[in-house]
Design a protein around this ligand. Sequence first.
Ligand code: HEC
Length: 121
Amino acid sequence: MRIGRIAGLALIGLFVSGRVASVHAQAQTESNPAPTQANQSASGDSVQGQKYFEQAGCGWCHAEAGHAAGKGPKLEGSERTDSFITFRIKHGKEGAMPAFGGTFNDKQIADILAYIRSLRG
Ligand code: HEC
C-alpha cells in the first residue's frame, strides 16, 4: 500500500503544522484575552474551524470538506450530539480515526464543531 504510506506521511506533516498553529493560537489568546473571549461564545467560530479542518487533514477521510462520506462518515447534517462530536475529535477511534486532543485545544475543537454544524443545508 504505497499510497497509504504516502498519505500517512502527509498526515504526520499536517499534524506537526497543526501543532505549531495551536501553539500560535494559544499565544494569541494569552496576549489578547478580551476580544478572543468575546468571540468564544458557546457556538465557536466556524471560519477558524474550517481552517483547522483543512490543516489537520480531516478531509482525507471526511471527503469534500465533510460534505461527503470517504474513509470516515459524512459530517454534514450529522445527528450526533455536540458532546459526541467533541469527544470523537479529541479522542479519535482506535483503528479508525486519529485523536486530535494533542493537536487542538478545547476552543479549537469547539471551532471545528461549529464548522461541522455550518455544513448543514
Ligand atoms: C484516517 C481517517 C480519518 C481522519 C484523518 C479523520 N477522521 Fe474523523 N472519522 C474517521 C472514521 C473512520 C470515523 C468513524 C469512526 C467510527 O467507526 O465510529 C470518524 C468519525 C468522525 C466523527 C463522528 C462522526 C459520526 O457520525 O460518528 C467526527 C465528528 C469526525 N470523525 C471528525 C473528524 C475531524 C474534525 C477530523 C480532523 C480533525 C477527522 N475526523 C479526521 C476517520 C478519520
